[in-house]
Design a binder for this molecule. Structure first.
Ligand code: MGD
Ligand code: MGD
Ligand code: MO
Length: 762
């Protein structure tokens, strides 16, 4: 048996069907697929209830991506096809209960595909896998909490426990969770952000003092130049396309920088505009820069070098007032770029001088510039350096902290940004610990905790850890699946707070727990009545979310109630005055505590409830740069590009149109024209010819890192428009190939977009 997703159930590629990639996103197809998923899974009534409350003021926040809702008017359908799929997956009418687990052993469930796991429906009652057991059995909530508290209590050192968080947890749940973890005595708080935008947070913090985006939706509409870099919004942030469409209609130029010509950036048909559902479309990207995978650092240096050359030649292209008043480090930056020769820059990004000149000219002539990016920049060894290079370009032009300009890291999980604000992080600043201690009378540990990669290493090297996860699918979302599986198997206990069955429930410690929770779409009734929660989106807006559907089972608990249940028992006899029961019965008490601990949450109970929520303060918007120098810092970084070694190819691991991270909704990567199969490798036809491979071949993919070799088996090749030397496969399957030690410098994010691989015919 294999731990690698979908490796046990390889299809015979009978359903694989390849067609031409689409030339636009949205339109009638998106409406059709949204409705088909929603009604097919949830039934007509539940689907209607769910979708009409989605992203409405007073309704619930979409559990899919973190793109913000419009500030003003909202249409009655404020969601996208993939948001509808996420809601349908949660609102499904299918259920998993004790009989299901009695029927299927853990080993048998592990043989099934990720798609099958999702299709089985919602988890409905707490389950335990006893030491040596073959099947999960029911357990009471009290029994489950006691088991966790008992195992935590047995640990010689609190740092032997690891507490993971995925980005769907509400602010309220996340705040209580980190409070519990710190009161227990550790900062081991890895989260999905470690695999996601960690590189962005670190780079921006070092460069401009705030590790978050600096723009609003209104800024995007005002921008003259919008770069969309390493991002596939047609699939992953579809509602961003309507904002880009509005910007475009006001005259903005849009540039897509990506090895792949993603359909959503070619053109967009707004599913809520009648003329566009009937076939009309708005072309989006004016320019497509087909960059070689991981060539971005070189491209941004090249643009910077050209801008400095223009200035030196007597053209006034830099914002010298801004540079003088607000920045530090321009001298070193200028010198470093002077020393970097043109041929090495062009060779590293695989682009022509004409392309660099064109982009430099665009920067030189516009100031309302916004750069948007996602995983195509963050998941590389040089990710932090690359994002800092991009920031340098904004600093040269003063394109930050003014209307229509700034940095826009487009966040993934719907509340991943809020969770970090709430303290889900392995090393918070001192003021945060001091504030927690003052509020709750606890002693906070100061020692830096473990992030995701270090947690895996720790569990692998030190048997006997306890692993608790608030959401997510740690096994499949983290790199090096074989290694991570061995790490989880080493634990005394692995416990997951989850809504749906996933592979992390099946690759377990000696004992395992499944703690089923309410989803975002469901009503949350506590002793004090109906509760609501709050979240922060990609643009720093905090707002409420109120579930509307009846819970999938009467035996579910909210995430808040589960955290309180565990904490009450695990912290018995410990120092501190934490009213877990009060928090559980009335979430407004949690928000009052947050208000006292974290700046920016004044009047939280009232302001989060106001329609549309409120913006958190962001110093950069007022051109205050709270960095080590007190100024925005130019960064100087040596060119450090990952290139495929001879005979090898550079692999990026990406999402299909039919998944949310590790949850697979279907097998239809519609916009790329790849249907019926996920075990595929997108390859440039010239590489296929060079390597003597054909589309009929069944292949294994091997990855290489510092003398280590990893493999995943039985794939088919698809000739695709991707730069020579680069290939793409789907995550999570391809995580088996991502070496645990192949990480971004500084942020330690797995470099899952640039892995050295070889393709071998079976
Ligand atoms: N429907 C749906 N929505 C989602 C998600 C989902 O799985 N499904 N996931 C959510 C989450 S958590 C996140 S973080 C976001 C992810 O959103 P994205 O970052 O859009 O997701 P990926 O599929 O990883 O796509 C990365 C893009 O980067 C490009 N790329 C790869 N390597 C490079 C490179 O070296 N340089 C450049 N310039 N481009 C490169 C790829 O071609 C691809 O277009 O989406 C969120 N929204
Ligand atoms: N190779 C490779 N690896 C990657 C990436 C990549 O691009 N390439 N992307 C990375 C990124 S950007 C991210 S963010 C991570 C994602 O990592 P995770 O956040 O760990 O993974 P998800 O697939 O989003 O988690 C899905 C599970 O969350 C549970 N769930 C869903 N909704 C809820 C809820 O409301 N509450 C609770 N408690 N549980 C819920 C369900 O049981 C579901 O099975 O993966 C990373 N891994
Ligand atoms: Mo993410």
């Amino acid at each position: 048996m294999s731990d690698i997703p979908n490796e046990n159930t390889p299809e015979k590629f009978e359903r694989l069907c390849v067609s031409k990639p689409a030339d636009k996103a949205g339109g009638a197809g998106a409406v059709y697929h949204a409705m088909r998923h929603a009604i097919g899974k949830a039934g007509v009534a539940r689907a209607k209830d769910a979708l009409t409350k989605l992203n409405q003021k007073g309704g619930f926040d979409c559990p899919s991506c973190a793109w913000p809702d419009p500030d003003g008017h909202r249409s009655s359908f404020e969601f996208c096809e993939n948001g509808a799929k996420a809601v349908a997956s949660e609102a499904t009418a299918e259920r998993i209960d004790a009989r299901f687990f009695a029927k299927h052993s853990v080993a048998e469930l592990a043989e099934r595909s990720d798609l099958w796991h999702d299709q089985q429906g919602r988890l409905t009652e707490p389950m335990v896998l006893r030491e040596g057991g073959t099947h999960y059995e029911p357990i009471s909530w009290e029994g489950a909490f006691d088991l966790i508290a008992g195992e935590l209590g047995e640990l010689a050192d609190p740092n032997q426990a690891i507490f993971y968080t995925s980005g769907r947890a509400s602010n309220e749940a996340a705040f209580l969770y980190q409070l519990f973890v710190r009161a227990f005595g550790t900062n081991n708080l890895p989260d999905c952000s470690n695999m996601c935008h960690e590189s962005s947070g670190l780079a921006l913090k070092q460069s401009i003092g705030v590790g978050k985006g600096t723009v609003t939706l209104e800024d995007l509409r005002e921008a003259e130049l919008i770069l969309v870099i390493g991002q596939n919004p047609g699939t992953n942030h579809p509602r961003m396309l309507s904002t880009l469409q509005q910007a475009k209609e006001k005259g903005a130029r849009i540039v897509s920088i990506n090895p792949l010509r993603e359909a959503g950036l070619v053109a967009f048909s707004h599913p809520q505009r009648v003329s566009q559902v009937l076939g009309g479309k708005t072309p989006l990207a004016d320019t497509f820069v087909k960059i070689r995978t991981n060539g971005d650092q070189a491209l941004f240096q090249a643009i910077g070098k050209r801008l400095l050359e223009m200035e030196q030649a007597g053209r006034s292209v830099l914002d010298c007032d801004f540079i003088n008043d607000y920045t530090a480090g321009i001298g070193e930056y200028r010198e470093a770029l002077k020393r970097t020769p043109w041929p090495s820059l062009l060779d590293a990004c695989g682009l022509e001088m004409a392309t660099v000149n064109d982009l430099a000219e665009a920067f030189a002539t516009k100031q309302r510039i916004i750069s948007c990016w996602a995983m195509g920049l963050t998941q590389h060894r040089n990710a932090v350096a690359t994002i800092r290079e991009l920031t340098n370009l904004h600093l040269l032009r003063g394109a930050i902290g003014i209307k229509g300009a700034g940095m826009c890291p487009v966040r993934g999980h719907s509340n991943v940004q809020g969770d970090r604000t709430m303290g889900i992080f392995e090393h918070m600043p001192e003021w945060f610990y001091a504030a927690l201690e003052k509020e709750f009378g606890i002693d906070c540990p100061r020692e830096t905790g473990l992030n995701a990669v270090h947690s895996i290493r720790r569990m692998k090297e030190h048997p006997g850890s306890v692993f608790l996860a608030l959401g997510g699918n740690f096994l499949s979302a983290t790199p090096d699946t074989g290694y991570t599986a061995a790490a989880l198997r080493n634990c005394r206990l692995t416990a997951h707070v989850s809504t749906k069955l996933n592979r992390s429930h099946l690759v377990t410690g000696k004992q395992a727990l499944i703690l089923p929770c309410l989803g975002r779409s469901e009503r949350d009734e506590q002793a004090n009545g109906a509760q609501w929660v709050s979240v922060e989106n990609s643009m720093g807006i905090v707002h409420s979310s109120s579930g509307q559907l009846p819970p999938a089972s009467p035996n579910l608990k909210s995430e808040v109630a589960i955290v309180c249940g565990i904490a009450r028992r695990a912290l018995r006899n410990r120092k501190g005055q934490i009213d877990w029961t009060g928090f559980e019965t009335d979430y407004s008490k949690i928000r009052s505590a947050i208000e006292r601990v974290i700046p920016g949450f004044e009047d939280y109970n009232q302001r989060a409830r106001q329609p549309g929520g409120y913006y958190l303060p962001n110093a950069v918007k007022e051109r205050r740069f709270e960095t080590d120098t007190g100024k925005a810092n130019f960064a100087t970084s040596p060119l450090d590009i990952e290139r495929a070694e001879p005979g090898r190819l550079l692999l990026m691991t990406i999402r299909s149109h039919d998944q949310f991270n590790t949850t697979v909704y279907g097998l239809d990567d519609r916009y790329r024209g790849i249907r019926g199969e996920r075990r595929i490798v997108m390859v440039n036809p010239a590489d296929m010819e060079r390597l003597g491979l054909s589309t009929e071949d069944e292949v294994d993919v091997h990855s290489f890192f510092k003398g280590e070799e990893r493999v995943t088996r039985l794939y088919r090749l698809i000739p695709y428009d991707i730069p020579v030397g680069c290939v793409a496969m789907y995550f999570p399957e391809a995580n088996a190939l991502v070496p645990i030690d192949h990480i971004a410098v500084g942020s330690e994010t797995p470099a899952s977009k640039s892995v050295q691989v070889e393709i071998r015919k079976r």
